[in-house]
Design a protein around this ligand. Sequence first.
Ligand SMILES: Nc1ncnc2c1ncn2[C@@H]1O[C@H](COP(=O)(O)OP(=O)(O)OP(=O)(O)O)[C@@H](O)[C@H]1O
Length: 592
Amino acid sequence: MSAKKGKPVPKNQRNQYLQVYVRCRPLSDSENRHPPAVEIHHQRDIAVQDRTNPKISKTYSFDRVFTPEAKQAEIFQAVVGPLISDVLTGYNCTVFAYGQTGSGKTFTMEGDIGSCSPQVFGQDSMAGLIPRAMCALFDELRVLQSEYTVRISLMELYNEELYDLLSPDEVPPKLRLFEDPTRKGSAFVQGLQEVMVHTQTQVLAELRKGSAKRQVAATLMNAQSSRSHTIFTVTVHYKESSVDGEELMRTGKLNLVDLAGSENIGRSGSVDKRAREAASINQSLLTLSRVTACLVEHQPHVPYRESKLTRLLQDSLGGRTKTSLIANISPAHCNLEETLSTLDYAHRAKCVANRPEVNQKVSQTVIMKEYTDLIEDLKKKLDLHRTGSGVYVNDENYKQIMEGTKERNQRIIEISGKIRDVYSRKKSTEEIFEALSSSIEKQRINLENVNHTIVKTSEEISKTKDVLARAKTEQSEAKSILKTLSEKENELRTQADHLAQVAESAHEDSDKIHNRLDFSRVVLVENTHVLNKVKDTSKFKIEAAMKIVSSLSTWSQVLSKLLSVMGELVGQSARLTGSLIVSCSYNFAFLL
Ligand SMILES: Nc1ncnc2c1ncn2[C@@H]1O[C@H](COP(=O)(O)OP(=O)(O)OP(=O)(O)O)[C@@H](O)[C@H]1O
């Protein structure tokens, strides 16, 4: 997206567009952590980019764009330097400083006037456009070697009220603005102090005085300096001789305007909702924006009369003044919205055309007549004072005084109404305050009770915590016992399984033993049977032997017969014994 636009060709060739400059201040210490959101190219182009959103990116071109490194002297040489000779040629010139709060408007216009000494005032590296302009003007006038007068004034415009910052009064008086009947479309400020100055030292003293007054006014009004406009004006008159020898007075004027912070004024010139709610609408800045838009769009009606700033400086916007605008911006990302808004306004202002004209020279005779009339007026006043018969007031002043009185009376009525309003609001506020106080007392008691309950609950919680800690310890002990028991149970189960196996095998063994015992019993019965048989056989044999013995005649026969029978018996019993031993040993081995 690009905001570059060609300027419309002016119908009148004498038209001169507003010179528009941009000054980008350096990043402040707090902003220095992030890369800047602006880039400046070839001293004319400026690109603004939102690094978090590449869609928000714009490029603009201006008559000159100053980088953050630009020195105060450089700005002066480019912007105001050429206007000094214009002023001395008889032009009226105006330079506006526009931009959000903290963008460097006052730094550009005034610089640091607090610390510099009068000798270097104007050359000091921190000196802004006002001191430098005054210094250059005196230098030029010295070269001209002509009779001259230089007068300066300093006004503050806050909340649509004008204050004279160079007035000798301790509290800056309010000033009134009137239409100038001698010059259509211009206004004059009644009672404004225009201080005659001859040297830089005087200028510095007046500026310091003005700055102190501004603070007094700000404190009294509870105002913020960023919401007020300051208008410094220097008017130069110097004598010239015409070709026919007549002495003429040439007049030139330079206005250096430090505008209020432009935040809250949207790009379309509408007011931010929050600003409206906070009642901080800056009528003059808003009207400035509207006037610019109307001039750019060549609207038939331009609303100059809607604010004091545009009434005062009507001639600088679409009039006969040479006008420049410095758009002050911050390079920081956090100010991106305001920077875009400032550059949009400045870009629009490039299309405002003026028709600069040299102020008419006034002949010495005309001035002499004006002074003679004035002296006459003063004489009459003095006479009336002396005789004590009243105060002389000319017609115009009388009309103004009457208008003023009417306005003041109206104001007194309004203020009385407001005071009544304030009293009634005060009363209802007091009632609300009392109700609130008693409710607060109740709440305080409730709070105490709650605190007490909290203390008690805390104690109980702490006790419960102890119990819980103990229970946890016991639980962990029980867990460890359970673990041991479970291990033991497993061990016992293994042992029981083993014992069951042993019992099983014992049972099997016992079965075997029983079987063997049964078998042995059978064998024993058999053996008993065999033995009984042997016994019977032996008894039979022995009885047979006894019969044989009794039939034998000799002892030797008997003996030999006995021995043979005995031998048979022994052999028989040896066989039996052998079969018994085999059967027993078999049983024994089986048992084992
Ligand atoms: N070009 C610059 N170089 C160094 N410091 C600067 C520059 N511009 C501004 N500053 C510093 O930035 C701060 C804000 O500047 P300044 O007060 O001039 O802003 P402002 O636009 O006039 O604000 P306000 O609208 O509140 O009056 C000041 O401390 C000033 O010294």
